[in-house]
Design a binder for this molecule. Sequence first.
Ligand code: M6R
Length: 608
Amino acid sequence: MCGIVGAVAQRNVVPILLEGLQRLEYRGYDSAGLVVVHDGKLERVRSTGRVVDLTEKSATTQGHIGIAHTRWATHGVPSERNAHPHISKNHIAVVHNGIIENYEELRSRLTTAGYEFTSDTDTEVIAHLIHSHYAHGTSLLAATQASLTELVGAYAIGVIAADNPDQLICARRGSPLLLGVGIDEHFIASDVSALLPVTRKVVYLEEGDVVELGRLAYQIFDATGARVERAVQTSEMSNESVQLGEYTHYMQKEIHEQPQALADTLESVCNSQSLVPGIFGAEAAATFADINSILILACGTSHHAGLVAKFWLEEIAGITCNVEIASEYRYRTSVPNPKSLVVVISQSGETADTQAALNHAKSLGHGHTLAICNVAESALVRLCKLRMLTRAGPEIGVASTKAFTTQLAALFLLTLVLAKQRGRLTAEQEQQHLHELRHLPSAVQKVLELEPQIAMLAVKFANKHNALFLGRGLHYPIALEGALKLKEISYIHAEAYPAGELKHGPLALVDKDMPVISVAPNDALLEKLKSNLQEVRARGGELYVFADANTHIHAADGIHIMQMPEHAGYLSPILHTIPLQLLAYYVALQKGTDVDKPRNLAKSVTVE
Ligand code: M6R
């Protein structure tokens, strides 16, 4: 969480910092701030609320070097005094993304040494620590390096000093940070989207790197302090992909991008005549031949994708699959199986719990690792031996949409490749699946046509406080995902249940005020589901059913039917996700919430 941007240039950097922050706001948005060096002094502007407020407040601020930050509060409430940058003795300014675990101990030591703390953050200790070293005459680089050795925890930081108008220091360990290389100017940012207006040339920093940037040059030092070269890469992210265009919200844009995102993710496979393990990496064939089970680790929506995959992997590929919430797995005592393929799923590839769970699995002896991820240069991708990149493009809305459906597509490919390798897929079945995958983007496009109907339906939810989501089998995780979307952006309390579980407790909640939303695919469990829906109706519950063709569930008093265009077999969970995303979106519009930046949340959860 939190976004960092910094610049050292010959021009005024304030507009660059503000534009960068605007683009990073999805990472955290409870307060924002920037600092520049001007006439040998630090000039800081901070604001609670959004970058737009900071922009107003910084109208007259100017400087050729500066650092800026948009915050997701961890230590200390969202307030101006806790907003970054933090400053020590009017001399050293720091922005930070991450958590310093030993900050209390450092804070008491620095207080004894005469430093006055003006915030409740963990970050402020970094500013004072660097100042304490810098005051003894060491360079800003050496003072930062010395301070970093005293920190326990995760950080990406940017540092400037009042008396050093051409030097910006940055460092990363556990939190993302990259350099931007311009013409006689250099930048830092938490992700490349922040820098697209000024450069596409970027250097992805490694764990433990510390960098000294000037206007004309930069030097990178690795975790041991040795000078190193890192490749300059050209980002392919397009500027349009991070702009809203004709849409009202990023979430709406991203829902509509799903046909293209799926086509892009499936491109290499759909253009070929057969499935090969190589789509997961050069070593995939050998790895897949050596495994006897799958362990999926992920959080939130990505975890739901894993739950769908379990059904596919066990039924189609005949391989045992366990799916664990990463934040739980990392702390429990599990029984490791070195023959298991550990699959981490993540949109951002930065999620702290997923990274920690992967490292935990490795420490237990799990050597076979696969990342399914939307960010090619992310930590998770780099930590895994195998990878499959979802090609959803940048996802800015906090609620995950296109990342989820493309994760499902990637997991279905994994299922098919394993099924083939294990002799469970005939050539005819393989061709049939490939045919269905090629058809998937247009099938999703067709479902999107339900948007006007769903927008009308959403009106009925405006005054609701609770909702139940039902699904069965392969679609139970889709009910979970629908409930997560609704609560995340509309703040309506929503729960999901496998429909057969209703009578074991939750049925007690059902009355005329409880909307019950059901996913009703035309699959083997349809008749069972229909009985469950009758149980709801008999208790006065209002039903909203997303039903495939030929399910013969008819609209009636208290039963609202949304007709899905077709039944998509194993790919049905992907199609059934779309209307639930749209429902959450339109209910949020009814409630007037901040759809793309729901309260208390941030896009990338880079803290535990
Ligand atoms: O980047 P990741 O996929 O690892 O993120 C995991 C969750 O934080 C994320 O899916 C979250 O649940 C979404 N905001 C839900 O819409």
